[in-house]
Design a protein. Structure first.
Length: 259
C-alpha cells in the first residue's frame, strides 16, 4: 500500500463546528480487470461491513471479452439501511443528427437509504453518462443529466438529502455540468475554490488526455461538505493507470455532515 499515490483529506473552511459526518467515495474502476482472476477478493468489502447493489448495462461491451457486465454499483456501510433500489435507464435520449429517440446503454442506480445513527433519509445515485466527446455526445449527456435530475426532483423539492456520484464525461465548462449546478441547483463537492485540475489523465495512441469529468454532486440545502481527498499532483510518465494507481480515473472522496 505504501507504493500507491498518497492521498489526504483536506478540511474545507467553515465557521461551524462539524457535526457527525459520513463519507462518500466515487470511483470509476476501469482498469480493475485482474480482480476477475482473484475470486478470493470478492468478499473484501463484505468483510468490512459493506453491502453492494449493482445495475449492469443492458448491452455491456465487456460481454465481447468476458461473461461479466460493467455497470453502476453502490456499496453502503452497515451504518445505512437500503430502503429502495431503483434503476433509471436512459432509453429515450435523442441524438441531434437523427431527431429520433434511440436506446442508450447508460443508466443510473438510485438507492434510498436511512442513516441508522441520525434516522435521516439519504438518496444516493450512481451514474455513467455517454462517453462520445463530440457535440452529439454532449447533447445526449445533457439529456441524461436532465432525466436523472427530473427523476429525483420530487425528493429534492421536499428537502430530501441527495448525493449523485458518477463519471459524467463532461468538463466543468460543459452544458451538462451547467445542467447539474445551474438548472437543478446541485453543488459539486470539489468546486471550492475550483474543480480539480483533473480526475482522469491517460495516454492513448497519439495523444494525452487530461480532464475533470468525475463528480460528487449534492443538495447544498441539506448537506455540507466537511473535507475532500486531494488529487495526486505528480504521477508517472505513463499517466493512469499505473503500478501506483489501478484506474485511469482517480477516486473522489468527500466527507459530509447534515445541515
Amino acid at each position: 500500500m505504501s507504493d500507491l499515490h498518497p492521498r489526504r483529506l483536506v478540511a474545507l473552511p467553515t465557521e461551524e463546528p462539524p457535526l457527525p459526518y459520513f463519507t462518500i467515495m466515487q470511483f470509476n474502476v476501469l482498469a480493475d480487470g485482474l480482480s476477475g482472476l482473484r475470486h478470493d477478493l470478492g468478499g473484501f468489502l463484505a468483510l468490512h461491513g459493506y453491502t453492494g447493489h449493482f445495475a449492469p448495462k443492458p448491452a455491456s461491451p465487456c460481454l465481447q471479452v468476458s461473461d461479466r457486465r460493467d455497470g453502476c454499483a453502490i456499496f453502503i456501510a452497515s451504518r445505512f439501511t437500503a430502503l429502495t433500489h431503483d434503476v433509471l435507464s436512459y432509453e429515450c435520449c435523442v441524438p441531434p443528427s437523427s431527431g429520433t429517440p434511440e436506446r442508450q446503454n447508460q443508466l443510473a442506480l438510485v438507492l434510498e437509504l436511512r442513516d441508522e445513527i441520525s434516522g435521516r433519509p439519504l438518496t444516493v445515485a450512481c451514474t455513467h453518462l455517454k462517453a462520445a466527446k463530440d457535440a452529439a455526445g454532449e447533447d445526449i449527456r445533457q439529456q441524461e443529466a436532465s432525466m436523472l435530475c427530473s427523476h429525483l426532483a420530487s425528493k429534492q423539492a421536499a428537502g430530501h438529502p441527495i448525493v449523485i456520484c458518477g463519471d459524467f464525461n463532461a468538463v466543468p465548462s460543459s452544458p451538462t455540468y451547467a445542467t447539474m449546478v445551474k438548472a437543478h441547483a446541485y453543488t459539486s463537492a470539489y468546486c471550492l475554490p475550483n474543480e480539480p485540475e483533473y480526475t482522469t489523465w491517460k495516454v492513448r495512441p497519439g495523444k494525452e488526455s487530461k480532464h475533470t469529468i468525475d463528480y460528487i454532486f449534492f443538495t447544498g440545502e441539506t448537506l455540507r461538505t466537511v473535507a475532500v481527498a486531494d488529487i495526486p499532483i505528480e504521477i508517472e510518465e505513463c499517466r493512469l493507470p499505473s503500478y501506483k494507481y489501478p484506474s485511469d480515473h482517480v477516486a473522489l472522496v468527500a466527507e459530509f455532515c447534515w445541515k
